[in-house]
Design a protein. Structure first.
Length: 202
């Protein structure tokens, strides 16, 4: 199977390459924190503008233990959330979800909501770039999966409650962690959608 611009699918690295990967557990940083740090790097260096979406809530009750401090004690989600992150890179709209699991062979589909799948599908139909970043924490492996593959599996899952890691490896792209930026996912987007070269780095 051929891939755009000479890109090759990558499978989990051998033990020699594991030294280049970031161990989240040892560093005490969550996957979300790593992505946020990556996006901050992209922003500061004028590479891309991508932010985590705020979750819209309806505040119902507020407690004022002190005059200068207010504490929200009751609130509700105003609407269903879509995906975690969105922004723009080289004129392209970027929209993606980030998921982490302790599983080692599958990813539970219960972590996706129907409206999230349909949202990513609509973004793709409008010419945007939508995808999922999967992190398998115990394996210390991270993958980029285009939303079209997620949608395809979700719609044809035939009652299956999880997506196999083998499917993600076959259809996605392994992301090797680096120190700065932490999770260089834009390198994959550059190769797949924007005519970049395999050795392009940020």
């Amino acid at each position: 199977m051929k891939y755009p611009n000479g890109i090759k699918k990558t499978t989990p690295s051998n033990k020699d390459n594991n030294n280049n990967k970031v161990n989240f557990a040892n560093r005490g940083m969550s996957f979300e924190t790593e992505i946020n740090a990556t996006n901050e790097y992209y922003l500061v260096h004028d590479i891309a503008v991508i932010h985590k979406k705020p979750t819209p809530i309806q505040i119902v009750k507020v407690d004022y233990p002190r005059r200068s401090r207010a504490k929200i004690v009751e609130a509700y989600f105003k609407q269903a959330s879509t995906t975690d992150y969105s922004g723009v890179y080289k004129g392209k709209y970027i929209d993606f979800e980030a998921k982490e699991t302790n599983q080692t062979t599958t990813f539970p589909l219960k972590n996706f909501h129907e409206h999230q799948i349909r949202h990513m599908e609509k973004v793709r139909k409008q010419g945007g770039i939508s995808f999922v970043l999967f992190h398998f924490s115990k394996l210390k492996e991270t993958y980029y999966l285009d939303s079209k593959f997620l949608t395809s599996y979700y719609d044809l899952r035939d009652g299956k409650k999880s997506i196999p890691l083998s499917y993600i490896r076959e259809n996605g792209y392994s992301i090797e962690m680096s120190q700065i930026p932490r999770i260089p996912y834009l390198e994959i987007i550059n190769k797949l959608y924007l005519g970049g070269h395999q050795n392009d780095k940020f």
